[in-house]
Design a binder for this molecule. Structure first.
Ligand code: ATP
Ligand code: MG
Length: 241
């Protein structure tokens, strides 16, 4: 079966793209889907850290620079359904100014999509839609926090994606905390951005515990509030497809 490519995006940094990517991929794998997660954030790549995954020889940088074919940079994880294509947290000496041709990612991904049900790509803030537009079956999943600046950027990305012909799965509102009075209400959110689907992930201190252990929270603590919400998101995505 050809895979669905989900690009997790947000113009703003630090809103939870990696947390969402890592847990969505882990949840889909738990549900029996064959999943590849790609760390397409070459600037601040943290996917490997979030899985406690160390000691890999090849990375996305090597694939983009033509040093290795994509299958030589894909690794197994603790769950047989989940594979990871990491980026290098600490770049090799001399890689500092290298121009990684992320635009060509679509070409590499196109070669392996038949091996997976889902390919989840984490991205850097303001990644731009260029490589997404070229990727077959690619859709964006926009992450935002429920505060006005982040929501306005999410709205802009939503509109830009639609104008570019890129499907938007919906918006993930992350770190929702009703006790924070500055957080936007549901009606305020829907006034700012019109999205087909909105998922809410609660602010959950267990997320930090899981991160410290290098295990996605959906595996480390599946009953925690954030895990339940991530599993719900994954369930919705598998239900559609
Ligand atoms: N639902 C949550 N509850 C509590 N903490 C969270 C939650 N989601 C994310 N965090 C924390 O927020 C911080 C930023 O999350 P994350 O690294 O996923 O953001 P990001 O958008 O990927 O950042 P960057 O733009 O640098 O790539 C991390 O410390 C993470 O543990
Ligand atoms: Mg990140």
């Amino acid at each position: 079966m050809a895979s669905n490519v989900i690009v997790v995006m947000s113009p703003k940094g630090g809103v939870g793209k990696t947390t969402v990517s890592v847990n969505l991929a882990a949840a889909l794998a738990t549900m029996g889907k064959r999943v590849l997660i790609i760390d397409a954030n070459l600037d601040t790549p943290h996917v490997a850290i979030y899985y406690g995954f160390v000691g890999y020889k090849n990375s996305l940088e090597d694939v983009l620079n033509g040093r290795v074919p994509i299958n030589e940079a894909i690794y197994k994880t603790g769950n047989p359904n989940l594979h990871i294509l990491p980026s290098r947290v600490f770049k090799n000496k001399g890689d500092g100014n290298a121009q990684y041709k992320i635009i060509n990612l679509f070409h590499h991904v196109g070669r392996i999509t038949n091996d997976y049900d889902f390919v989840v790509l984490d991205s850097k803030p303001s990644a731009g839609l260029d490589f997404v537009k070229m990727m077959k079956n690619a859709t964006t999943l926009i992450v935002s926090m429920p505060e006005i600046a982040s929501m306005i950027e999410a709205k802009k990305l939503n509109e830009e994606s639609i104008a570019a012909g890129v499907g938007v799965i919906g918006i993930v509102l992350n770190r929702v905390n009703k006790k924070i009075s500055g957080h936007m209400s549901d009606s305020e959110v829907s006034r700012v951005v019109e999205a087909r689907n909105v998922w809410k992930i609660p602010e959950d201190m267990n997320v930090f515990e899981a991160l410290k252990k290098g295990i996605p929270i959906v595996w480390q603590n599946p009953k925690s509030p954030a895990s339940k919400a991530f599993l719900e998101l994954a369930r919705d995505l598998t239900g559609w497809r």
